[in-house]
Design a protein around this ligand. Structure first.
Ligand code: UDP
Length: 369
C-alpha cells in the first residue's frame, strides 16, 4: 500500500455481540473486513456489544464494548413500520461511542441496517460511511438511505448491483461485494455427495422450493441454519415426503464448511431481493456448485454454466432439471471464482477504495450541526 494508513472505526449491527451469530451475515462480513483491513495496515477501532470477540489474527485492533438491549431487525418489518428503539437500546449506545471515536478517526464504517446512523450522517462532523446490508424492506429505511445518497452518494456502498437497484440513487452505486477468510474453507473435490441448503429458516429464504426440488429427484436435502420461524419450518417439512429434510442445525463456520463441502450442489432459492448471499460464496469456496434462482445477489454471484446454474425464480421444475446437470460443473472453477472475487483481501481492497474516494470527494453541502 502506498497511501498512508487510515484510522477506521467499524460499528457492528446492534443485534447481538460480534461473534455470537445473532447478527447473521453482517457478522461474517465485518469479521472478514476487520481481518482484511488489518492486513492492509490500517488502524482499527471496533464498536460492538459487550461480549464481542475479534477474529484471531487481529491483535492491535481496539475493541470498544457497549451495553444495551438488542435492536429489532428490519428483516421482517411491515412496509410502513415505524422506527423503534427499545429502552436502554444498544443502537444509541453504539453510536454514542462510535461518534466519540469517530471525532479523531478518518472514517466510521457502519455495518448495521438502521435508521439512526443514516439520519445522523448529514448532521455530524464524524465521516459516516454505510455498508448497506439489505435491499428495500421498509419505507422509512428506503427514504433515509435515498436521502443520504442524494446528499452524498459516496457515503453508501452496497453488496451487489441488484441490491442497490432497490434504491433511487443519483449516481452509479458503489458495489463492494463481500469477502471471506478463505483459509477457513477447504476445497473438496468429490462430486457424488448429497444436496444441501443453508440459511436462516424463514419464509424469505424459500426453503420449501429447495425441498420440493430434492423431493422431485427422490433425494434427501441437508439443511443447515438457525430455525428463526418454527411454524414455517414445520410447514416446509410437511410439504415434502417424510425424511426428505435432514435438519443439521446451526453449525460453526468450520463445521458448516466441512459438511457443506461434501455436497454435490447447494440449492439457493430466495423469495426476496437477497442483498448478497453469503452461503452461496461459502459453498463455492468449498468447490460446491450452486443452483440458484436468478434473483437478487445470488443471481449476480453465480456464473451460470461455470460455477452452477441459474434458473427462473420460483420455478421448481427448472431447479430440479438444473440439479440433474450439476455434474458438468467443474468444482475447481467454483473455488477459483471465490478466490478471485470474494476473499477478505479483495473485499477490503474494494472497501478501502470506496472510503478513500469518499474522503477525497468534494462534499457540496456543509453538514448541518
Ligand atoms: N450460517 C452458519 N451456520 C449455519 C448456517 C448458516 O454460520 O449452520 C451462516 C452462514 O455462514 C452465513 C449466514 O449464516 O454467513 C447467513 O448469511 P446469508 O447472507 O446467507 O443470509 P442472512 O441470514 O444474512 O439473510
Amino acid at each position: 500500500m502506498t497511501s498512508s494508513p487510515l484510522h477506521l472505526v467499524i460499528v457492528n449491527t446492534p443485534i447481538g455481540a460480534l461473534g455470537s451469530g445473532e447478527g447473521g451475515g453482517v457478522e461474517l462480513t465485518l469479521r472478514s473486513l476487520v481481518q482484511g483491513l488489518v492486513r492492509r495496515g490500517h488502524r482499527l477501532t471496533v464498536v460492538a456489544a459487550k461480549g464481542s470477540t475479534l477474529p484471531v489474527d487481529c491483535t492491535g485492533v481496539e475493541l470498544l464494548e457497549v451495553e444495551g438491549v438488542n435492536q429489532p431487525s428490519w428483516q421482517h418489518a411491515a412496509a410502513h413500520a415505524p422506527v423503534e428503539i427499545p429502552h436502554n437500546g444498544l443502537l444509541p449506545a453504539l453510536w454514542e461511542t462510535a461518534l466519540d471515536a469517530g471525532q479523531s478517526a478518518d472514517a466510521v464504517i457502519n455495518g448495521g441496517y438502521d435508521w439512526l446512523p443514516l439520519w445522523l450522517t448529514q448532521r455530524v462532523s464524524a465521516k459516516l460511511f454505510h455498508l448497506i446490508s439489505m435491499g428495500d424492506v421498509a419505507a422509512v429505511m428506503r427514504d433515509v438511505i435515498e436521502a443520504v445518497a442524494a446528499w452524498n452518494p459516496h457515503r453508501l456502498a452496497f453488496h451487489t448491483h441488484r441490491q442497490a437497484a432497490d434504491f433511487q440513487l443519483p449516481a452509479p452505486a458503489n458495489v463492494v461485494g463481500n469477502g471471506f477468510d478463505l483459509t477457513n474453507y477447504t476445497f473438496q473435490i468429490q462430486t457424488n455427495g448429497p444436496l444441501g441448503w443453508a440459511g436462516r429458516i424463514a419464509p424469505e429464504k424459500g426453503l420449501e422450493d429447495a425441498a420440493a426440488a430434492a423431493a422431485a429427484l427422490g433425494e434427501q436435502l441437508l439443511v443447515w441454519g438457525f430455525r428463526e420461524d418454527e411454524a414455517y419450518a414445520r410447514q416446509v417439512e410437511s410439504s415434502v415426503p417424510a425424511g426428505t429434510i435432514d435438519w443439521r442445525g446451526f453449525r460453526s463456520t468450520m463445521e458448516l464448511q466441512q459438511e457443506l463441502g461434501s455436497c454435490r450442489a447447494l440449492i439457493n432459492t430466495p423469495k426476496w431481493n437477497e442483498a448478497y448471499g453469503n452461503v452461496v460464496v461459502e459453498a463455492l469456496a468449498c468447490g460446491v456448485p450452486v443452483v440458484a434462482y436468478d434473483r437478487g445477489g445470488p443471481g449476480e454471484l453465480v456464473c451460470s454454466g461455470n460455477t452452477g446454474w441459474l434458473v427462473p425464480p420460483d420455478d421448481v421444475a427448472s431447479l430440479a432439471e438444473a440439479l440433474r446437470r450439476v455434474g458438468s460443473i467443474n468444482r475447481s472453477a467454483c473455488r477459483s471464482w471465490a478466490e478471485a472475487h470474494a476473499s477478505c483481501e479483495v473485499f477490503s481492497q474494494r472497501v478501502e477504495a470506496w472510503i478513500r474516494t469518499g474522503l477525497t470527494a468534494d462534499v457540496s453541502i456543509n453538514p448541518r450541526r
